[in-house]
Design a protein around this ligand. Structure first.
Ligand code: NAP
Length: 330
């Protein structure tokens, strides 16, 4: 089978699509004929050898896919051959066949296309756990989402809206502002202003009647994190989801004390590995929200497997909107 095979860590352009032996299933595993795979920012970190969990080389890149179950181990109860599923894994999704633990394999709604399913696991689970398990968001609260038109960002915008929050999207261009509004944001603020440190707070106060944010879902880091921390309401919660901007920020603890603020982290793979039953409950809730039309991945571009590096170039250049997917089969 064809697969994106990482022999040496490096940028996507240095990595090739090669022939590789299809996987064979263990007792608790499922083999999926991959129809589409989701492209995620963390894949870049894994390929570069900069992620917190790194597999032994050579390995196949890719953290999530959707397709049809072609084999299931003898202890598997969550799906069976022929089922349409989405699956996620630490690595191995960018291939014609992928292997997942049964706990990480979910039968998808009949009406959900494979390209959407391939982009529905990681970012929606991340956004859900950030909003609910970590921030404990309540209807009527003000939620600021940074990197709001990225994968996790749009999922957080849609979900916060579905949970009854007022959503403020932080974006960097007019085009992205329009998309954030189309996707449910009540207000949009611009992170490309010259004095972001004060400018983010001023913009946020202007659209929230001076209140600031009760919850921030923060995936950019650096100056965006610093400015967001200054723009919180009393008793707010800021969830650190990622560092897409590159710099890992530091927190001045006097900010936390003065306003009763909580800054907390989220690592979705810990929930995946330690709380599989909770993940399944949340996945079912997400499928229900999808059926009700309240959430839907915006898959803006699909690429053939051979062009996977072009998809990652779009992410690095900040040209990607919503989700990008690799399409392997109809
Ligand atoms: N903690 C977890 O479990 C978990 C799970 C999934 C992802 N993540 C992390 O979450 C982050 C987002 O992932 P994703 O898949 O949603 O990525 P993505 O689709 O590439 O979105 C990243 C967003 O960040 C913004 N951005 C990038 N560089 C920026 C900069 N220098 N300044 C300001 N904004 C910048 C971009 O928006 P603009 O260009 O409009 O600014 C873009 O929309 C990544 O750091 C990823 O590693 C964490």
């Amino acid at each position: 089978m064809k697969a994106v095979l990482v022999r040496e860590f490096g940028p996507p352009e240095s990595i090739r699509v090669e022939e590789f032996a299809p996987p064979s299933v263990g007792d608790t595993q499922v083999a999926v004929e991959v129809h589409a795979a989701g492209v995620n920012y963390p894949d870049l970190l894994v390929m570069a050898g900069k992620y917190q969990i790194l597999p032994p080389r050579p390995f196949i890149a890719g953290k999530e896919c959707a397709g049809i179950v072609i084999a299931a181990g003898k202890s598997v109860t969550t799906c069976k051959p022929g089922d349409r599923v989405l699956a996620w894994m630490e690595y191995g999704a960018f291939a014609e066949q992928a292997l997942a633990e049964q706990d990480n394999c979910f039968v998808i709604p009949q009406e959900m296309p494979f390209t959407e399913a391939a982009c529905f696991g990681l970012v929606y689970q991340t956004a859900h756990f950030a909003l609910v398990a970590r921030a404990n968001v309540k209807p009527g609260e003000i939620v600021l989402v940074t990197g709001a038109t990225g994968g996790v960002g749009l999922a957080a915008v849609q979900l916060a809206k579905a949970f009854g929050a007022t959503v403020v999207a932080a974006v960097s261009t007019k085009e992205k502002a329009a998309i954030a509004r189309e996707q449910g944001a009540d207000h949009v603020i611009d992170v490309s202003v010259p004095n972001l440190r004060d400018g983010l707070r001023e913009q946020l106060r202007a659209v929230t009647g001076g209140r600031g944010a009760d919850v921030v879902i923060e995936q950019v880091g650096g100056d965006v994190f610093d400015a967001s921390l200054r723009a919180l309401a009393w008793s707010a919660r800021l969830v650190v989801v990622g560092f897409a901007g590159g710099r890992i920020a530091e927190v001045k603890t006097n900010y936390l004390l003065v306003k009763n603020i909580a800054v907390m982290g989220l690592q979705i793979s810990d929930y995946r590995d330690q709380h599989p039953a909770l993940m399944r409950r949340v996945m079912n809730e997400l499928f229900e929200l999808y059926r009700q039309g309240k959430v839907r991945p915006l898959v803006s571009v699909t690429y053939p497997l051979a062009d996977f590096a072009a998809a990652f170039a779009a992410i690095v250049e900040r040209k990607a909107i919503g989700k990008l997917a690799l399409a392997l089969k109809d």
